[in-house]
Design a protein around this ligand. Structure first.
Ligand code: ANZ
Ligand code: ZN
Length: 804
C-alpha cells in the first residue's frame, strides 16, 4: 500500500532483526556503552520512557552504523513499594504483579522498535541479582561503611516506612535546613521517629564526591551544581567550651560565625548528646523532659539543665540547654547560641529568657534589622573590635587554642532500612548474645519468603523465615526484617549488565573493564541528586575496595527534561500518562524527539503529533513512489546543482546533531532532505544515481528514530541487508566547507551570547554585524533562550530562513 502501516510490517522486521541478532553484543571490544535509566515496572510505558529510550536507541543505532560495538542493555528496577501496594489492592503478590508489568512493558518496548540487547536483561528482584546487593553490603560492612544505630528518621505514616532525606520533598524533618517535608511518593506530611536503622556511610565520601564533580566534564553543569548543593560543604570552626558545672569535660560546638562568639549567651546540645545523656542519668525528671523533645519539634523547644560552660574567648559562664533544634548527627551535635545574630537562636532565646548581646553591627548603621544575621563590623571582644566579620574570625581562630578549623557537610549518611517486604533482605541476623551479625557469604542470598498479606511489614509476620540461628554462636536468633532501599539496587546495575549471568561476584571484572566507562547515561533530571549521587558513592567505595578501576564510571550524562501532562510530570501513578501506542511507534518517537532539546521539559499536549505523522508518511511515499518507478530507473536524468551538496550537508549536520544529542535538529534535517528530494522529483526527470543516493541517505538517517519504517523503506529500495546493520552514510564531497560554516555558527552563537549577557543588546547593530547570513534560526533560538525582548527588533530584521 502507499501509506505506511506499522502493524503490517513490524512483526516481519522484528523477526528479521532477531534472526540476525543485530542488537546483541555478546563479546564487545571497546564498545560504546549507551545506557538508559532502567524503568520501574509500573505497568505501562509512557512518554517519559519513550523519550528516554528514543534518545538511547538513536544513539545506539547511530554508533552501530558507524561500525562500533554497542552495548545497549535494558533491565528492571523491580523492587519497590508500589508493587506491594498494587499487590494488596489486587489481591495478588508483588512478584507476580511485577512480572506481569515487565512482560507488558517489554512488549511495548519491542513495538516501539527499541534495539536492546535482551541477552543482558536483568531484574533487581531476582535472587541472582539481589544476592550481590547483599554481598556488597557485606563488603561495605567489613570496610566500616555500614552503621547500625538508633536515629531520628523521616517516617511516612501512609507508606508506613522510613524515607531517606532525599525522598522527602520540601526538606527532611530531621535536617537543620528542612522542616515540614512530604513523602516523595504519596505527598503525605512526613513525621519523625527514632528507630534502629542501617546506614551506609556516604558521608565518608563527601569530599571525594565533591572533588570528583570537577572532572565530570560530560555532565551538565546543572546536575553538578545540584550535587554540590546536596553535599553542602560548609567551612566553619569547632570550638571547645570547657564545662564548669556538669558531668563531662567540655562541649565542642560547630559554628560558621566565630566572629560572633562574644555574643554567645548559651550553649545547646542535641537530645542524644553525651552531655544530655549523662545529665539524664542523674535526674529522672530531666530525663523525661529530654525524652519528650521530638526532633523537629520547633525552634523554641528545649530544656534547661544545671550544667554550665565557659566561653573560651570571654570567660563568661553560659547555661547549657538541651534543644530540639540541635541535630545529633550534624556538626558536633552542639551549638553556641548567639541570639543577636542567628534567627534560630533568637527564637530560642525569646522562649527561654536568654539575654541578647549584640556584637556585630552593619557597616551602614541605618540598615539594622534584628536579629542582624549578616556579616558586619565586629564590636567585641576588644581584640578584634572594628574588624570585619571575616577578618575577625581569622584572628579569633589564630588566637583561641580551643578553636580549630572544621568543615561540615549537609550530606548525611544514607539510611537504607525500609520496613517493607518487596526489597532486598538486609543480610543480618540479630543474636541476643552476639548482637547483629552479618550473614556469611556462603549463605547468600537470603531469599525473601513467600508473600503473605499483613498490616505492617510482612517479614515480621514470616515466623519461619525470621527465626534462625546465629552464624557466630549457633544460638537461636532472628533475621533482620528490614529490606534495602531500592536505590541500592540501582547504584550498581550498570556493572551487572556487563556480565549478567556471572555467579562468582556481582560482575566479571574483565567484562567490566571491557565495557566501561558508560559512554552516555540518559535519564530524567529528577535523578540528578538521589540516584546519581548514590551511584557515584558506590563506584568510589568499590574503587577503594579494589572491585572497580574507575571511581567515576559515567563519562557523559544526559539529564533529560520532564514530559509534562497537564502541567505535571507524566507518570503512571499520577494518572496522567499518555500511552505511546495511541499514535503509532514511529510517529510517537519522532514527535517526542522533535518536541524539544533533551534537557528541556515539554508539555505533551503542545506537541504537534500530526506533523510527525506527516513526516512518517512523507518518507514512506517518497520511497514507495520510487520503488514503483524502479523499472524505468537506472538511467541518467536531469541533475540539479547543489543537490549533492544538500545531501552531504544533511549527513554532516545529522552526524553533528546526534553526536551532541540534538535530536530535534536531526529530525529537522530529515525534514529538510525529504522536502528537497520531493521538489527534485516533482520537477521531473530526476537523475537516478543522485536521487537514489538521496533516498538511501534519508532512510539511513531515519532509521535512528523510526527503525521499522526505515527497514520497510530500505527493502523497497532493494538495498542490501538490514538498514539496522548498514553503514552510516558519508559525504561525497569534501565537507570542510560545511565544517567552516558550522564553526562560524558556533563562534557567532558564542558572540551573541556574550553580547546578550553583557547588556550591549540595546545596540542591535553590533549584534547584526557579527551575525553571518544563513542561520537566523540559531540566532532566533539564542535570543529566545535569553528571553530578551530588546532583541525582538533585531530578530525581525534577520529573520530570513537559513540558506541551503
Ligand atoms: C553560632 C552562630 C552565630 C551561627 C550566628 C550562625 C549564626 P550552616 O552554615 O548551614 O552549616 N549549627 C551547628 N551545628 C548544628 C546542629 N547540630 N544542629 C543545628 N544547628 C547547628 O549552619 C551552621 C550553623 O548552624 C552554625 O553556626 C550553628 O549556628 C548552627 F550569628 O553558630 B552558628
Ligand atoms: Zn550469637
Amino acid at each position: 500500500s502507499d501509506t505506511y502501516d506499522h502493524d503490517s510490517v513490524a512483526e516481519y522486521w522484528q523477526w528479521a532483526w532477531d534472526r540476525e541478532d543485530v542488537y546483541a553484543c555478546p563479546d564487545p571490544s571497546d564498545p560504546v556503552y549507551v545506557l538508559g535509566m532502567f524503568p520501574y515496572p509500573s505497568g505501562r510505558l509512557h512518554m517519559g520512557h519513550v523519550r528516554n529510550y528514543a534518545i538511547t536507541d538513536a544513539t545506539a543505532r547511530f554508533e552501530r552504523m558507524r561500525g562500533r560495538d554497542v552495548v545497549h542493555p535494558m533491565g528492571w528496577d523491580a523492587f519497590g513499594l508500589p508493587a506491594e501496594n498494587a499487590a494488596r489492592e489486587r489481591g495478588t503478590d508483588p512478584a507476580s504483579w511485577t512480572d506481569a508489568c515487565i512482560q507488558r512493558m517489554r512488549e511495548e518496548m519491542t513495538t516501539l522498535g527499541f534495539g536492546f540487547d535482551w541477552d543482558r536483561e536483568l531484574r533487581t528482584a531476582d535472587p541472582d541479582y539481589y544476592r550481590w546487593n547483599q554481598w556488597l553490603f557485606r563488603q561495605f560492612h567489613e570496610a566500616g561503611l555500614v552503621e547500625y544505630e538508633g536515629a531520628p528518621v523521616n517516617w511516612c505514616p501512609e507508606c508506613e516506612t522510613v524515607l531517606a532525606d532525599a525522598q522527602v520533598v520540601g526538606g527532611s524533618a530531621v535536617d537543620p535546613e528542612g522542616g515540614s517535608g512530604t513523602c516523595w511518593r504519596c505527598s503525605t506530611p512526613v513525621r519523625t521517629r527514632t528507630l534502629d536503622q542501617w546506614f551506609l556511610r556516604i558521608t565518608e565520601y563527601a569530599d571525594d564526591l565533591l572533588g570528583g564533580l570537577d572532572d565530570l566534564d560530560g555532565w551538565a553543569d546543572g546536575v553538578r551544581a545540584a550535587q554540590r548543593e546536596w553535599i553542602g560543604h560548609r567551612e566553619g570552626t569547632r570550638v571547645a567550651f570547657p564545662v564548669r558545672e556538669g558531668p563531662t569535660e567540655s562541649v565542642a560546638v560547630f559554628t560558621r560565625r566565630l566572629d560572633t562568639i562574644a555574643g554567645a549567651t548559651y550553649v545547646a546540645v542535641s537530645p542524644d548528646h553525651d552531655l544530655a545523656q549523662a545529665l539524664a542519668e542523674r535526674d529522672d525528671e530531666l530525663a523525661a523532659a529530654i525524652a519528650d523533645l521530638a526532633p523537629g519539634a520547633g525552634p523554641e523547644a528545649g530544656v534547661a539543665t544545671p550544667a554550665t560552660v565557659e566561653n573560651p574567648v570571654t570567660g563568661a559562664e553560659l547555661p547549657v540547654y538541651v534543644a530540639a533544634y540541635v541535630l545529633g548527627d550534624v556538626g558536633t551535635g552542639a551549638v553556641m547560641g548567639v541570639p543577636a545574630h542567628d534567627s534560630q537562636a533568637h527564637a530560642f532565646a525569646a522562649a527561654h529568657d536568654c539575654p541578647i548581646e549584640v556584637v556585630v553591627e552593619p557597616e551602614d548603621a541605618d540598615d539594622v534589622d534584628r536579629p542582624f544575621t549578616d556579616p558586619g563590623v565586629v564590636q567585641a571582644p576588644a581584640s578584634v573590635a572594628g574588624l570585619d566579620s571575616a577578618t575577625a574570625s581569622d584572628h579569633l581562630l589564630d588566637a583561641t587554642p580551643a578553636a580549630e578549623a572544621a568543615d561540615r557537610y549537609r550530606l548525611r549518611d544514607w539510611l537504607i532500612s525500609r520496613q517493607r517486604y518487596w526489597g532486598t533482605p538486609i543480610p543480618v541476623v540479630h543474636c541476643p548474645d552476639c548482637g547483629p551479625v552479618p550473614v556469611p557469604e556462603s549463605e547468600l542470598p537470603v531469599e525473601l519468603p513467600d508473600y503473605v498479606e499483613t498490616t505492617g511489614n510482612p517479614l515480621d509476620a514470616a515466623d519461619e523465615w525470621r527465626e534462625t540461628t546465629c552464624p557466630d554462636c549457633g544460638g537461636p536468633a532472628e533475621r533482620e526484617t528490614d529490606t534495602m532501599d531500592t536505590f541500592v539496587d540501582s547504584s550498581w546495575y550498570f556493572l551487572r549488565y556487563c556480565s549478567p549471568a556471572y555467579d562468582e561476584g556481582p560482575f566479571d571484572p574483565d567484562a567490566v573493564a571491557e565495557c566501561l566507562p558508560v559512554d552516555v547515561y540518559v535519564g530524567g533530571t529528577e535523578h540528578a541528586v538521589l540516584h546519581l549521587l548514590y551511584l557515584r558513592f558506590f563506584a568510589h567505595a568499590m574503587a577503594d575496595l579494589d572491585l572497580l578501576d574507575d571511581a567515576e564510571p559515567i563519562e557523559r550524562l544526559v539529564a533529560q527534561g520532564t514530559v509534562l501532562s497537564g502541567g505535571e510530570k507524566m507518570a503512571e501513578t499520577a494518572g496522567n500518562a499518555i500511552a505511546p501506542h495511541e499514535y503509532g511507534p514511529e510517529t510517537t518517537r519522532i514527535a517526542v524527539l522533535e518536541a524539544a532539546h533533551p534537557r528541556r521539559d515539554f508539555e505533551w499536549s503542545a506537541v504537534d503529533v500530526g506533523d510527525a505523522y506527516d513526516l512518517v508518511q512523507q518518507v514512506y511515499t517518497l520511497v514507495y513512489a520510487y520503488r514503483d518507478g524502479l523499472a524505468t530507473a537506472d538511467r541518467s536524468g536531469r541533475t540539479e546543482a547543489g543537490l549533492d551538496r544538500t545531501i552531504d550537508r544533511v549527513i554532516a549536520a545529522t552526524t553533528d546533531a546526534i553526536e551532541r544529542y540534538r535530536f530535534h535538529d536531526a529530525v529537522g534535517e530529515i525534514r529538510r532532505l525529504a522536502d528537497r528530494l520531493a521538489r527534485y522529483r516533482d520537477r521531473g526527470d530526476p537523475d537516478d544515481t543522485t536521487y537514489r543516493r538521496g533516498l538511501t541517505v534519508l532512510v539511513r538517517v531515519v532509521s535512528t528514530v523510526a527503525p521499522y519504517l526505515a527497514e520497510e523503506c530500505w527493502n523497497l529500495l532493494r538495498a542490501d541487508g538490514l538498514v539496522a546493520a548498514a553503514d552510516w552514510p558519508t559525504p561525497e564531497a569534501d565537507i570542510a566547507a560545511y565544517s567552516r560554516e558550522r564553526s562560524l555558527i558556533e563562534r557567532t552563537r558564542a558572540d551573541v551570547r556574550d553580547i546578550v549577557e553583557t547588556a550591549a543588546i540595546d545596540d542591535p547593530e553590533t549584534v547584526a554585524i557579527t551575525v553571518a547570513p544563513g542561520w537566523a534560526v540559531d540566532l532566533h533560538r539564542a535570543v529566545r533562550d535569553a528571553a530578551s525582548p530588546a532583541l525582538d527588533d533585531l530578530v525581525a530584521r534577520l529573520d530570513d530562513p537559513p540558506v541551503d
